[in-house]
Design a protein around this ligand. Sequence first.
Ligand code: WT7
Length: 646
Amino acid sequence: MLKKMYFFLLVFGVVYAHDDVCQNDFQEHIVYWDKQAHNLEWFVPWHTTVTWQAPDAQWFLGGKINASYNCLDRHIKEGLSEKPALICRSEYGKDEIYTYGKLYEEVCKFALGLKKIGVKKGEFVALYMPMVAEAVVALLACARIGAPHMVIFGGIGSDGIYDRLKESKARYIITVDGTKRRGRVLTHKATIDKALSVGNNCVEKVIIVNKLGLSLSLNESRDIWYRDLLIHDAYACDPEWMDAEDLLFMLYTSGSTGKPKGILHSTGGYLVGVYTTFAMAFDIKSDDIFWSTSDIGWITGHSYAVYAPLLYGITTVLYDGAPDYPDKDCFWKLIEDYKITLFYTAPTAIRMFIKWGNEHIEKHDISSLRLLGSVGETINPEVWKWYDTVIGGGRCPIIDTWFQTETGCFVIAPIPGVTTLKPGSATRPLPGYDVAILDEQGNEVDKGFLAIKGPFPSMLRGIFGDYDRYKKTYWSKWDGRYYYTGDEAIRDANGYIWINGRLDDVLKISGHRIGCAEVENVVVEHPAVAEAVAVGIDDAIKGTELVVFVVLKEHTYTKDIENIIKYKVSSGIGVYARPLHVIVVDQFPKNHSGKIMRRLLRDLIAGKPLGDLTTLENPYVLDIIKECYDRVNVRGIETIDFPLFI
Ligand code: WT7
């Protein structure tokens, strides 16, 4: 029967319009994903597994599905109402536990409330929230009524919020009065007010969750309390039957141009990808308690702090606070308190734990852990070994997961108990993916561009409002045959993949993506700045730090300009992008055609050999720039501040 079904799929299920890609591998992958898709509950089954005309893929065509239904109703039907879905801890309040039953009720009540104020299927709803239960409620309520969510990371300042609201034309934004980091109040609602005060947006309602009890000045016609919006009397809210290709969400990320990209994800393909890879790489058991430390403002938070664990019906932990408050042992205390079994974090955090010392960990019994995950950047083998020994007690597999905002879910990761681990390598592609390392011409090489052949279910479906950029960025390098990741990788003799990092001018700071051009754009908006160049410099904890060089317009230097520019970057992009140094110089190194030689600035401050200088038009600037840099770079290692959000 199963064989027959596959035959049907192979012959009729795939509309595939490409010439020279190896059809057999591709067909195998399609059969694989088709099979995986049956793990979710569909209202109507799909009739076509995939259509592919590069760069446009459509998966599970004809299928009708709802994300919130699969995360909630399904488990309720199976009798899991009493099972904890969310365990929430914050640095300011009491722990809260949401069972699947309670989460379901709250999602339905809020979904009805959203409908009541006029939220329509297909329209973006913005969120600007910390890691609180209501953020998960809001995501699922949006998904329930078919309104794609658009989360704006809580570390993004008012200018960044303004840009995103303007572009998406969102009419609704959900937020909190505020939250706390290390006891300090962060005022989300006030930041939104500032963004909206500029005008030029479509926001009609700001929905506020009262977390801290701050006294707010409310705009009567626009602001509305979350509590007041919940519809209490009839709380069943039928889920919308979404087409598999309908949007589930948009999430902004940095690219190599100055403008962030609104990455679009579909419903069916995304859910299938997230569910499958979670189960595969983390070997999920029904009684697992999973903690991903990633904020919901990032793809890891969407896919693995919220959707994957809830699709699977396990318990997910949300922590709203800094990792060192009230003390540096707060993470390990949380693991001990709830007997967390799976812990997933980023190398930048692990490097910080190493620096803080093992004594904070030794205070707690963390033997409930059975598997550890890593994501966001390459984990250095020494850090890997520490993670394995000190956190994992030598008994937990370390699952290094490679993926991107664009891929939606894991692409390269080990399968516990199957893949032999190698510290520092994300190992091999998971089933369903054809990963290649290519040169410019598309030949397979041992070291080169990391690429993915053909379409996969959870891949992005586009960039909001910019089809050409989508096509050009991801699918044009090898004529639509391979997806371009932007990363460089090496394949070793055993076929293991080692990620070297980004090849474009995109930095990873504490695991966050920041485009150099985006920073430069913000900096040159300052009226005194003529030109700006942003480069990265290695940092022991954050991985990379941002250094911005500026050339000012004549006679515009003012004493505090460096700090003003730093502030401008924090508010324009986010606190996580605040430059370590802003350095005023007279000229940039340029080549004969006047192009800035950014490579030289990078190598100069890193103390690396400068290599070939024959194309440099103004060699005399190098010593001067180095001198300027050395003058400001007097920071001791102890001043590094851990980011408020990870
Ligand atoms: C970029 C994507 C994926 C979730 C968080 C970041 C880098 C991601 C790994 C890893 C080495 C990694 C890549 C990638 N990256 N995971 N396990 N090993 N590098 O998502 O912000 O979209 O960033 O993060 O450079 O392209 P993102």
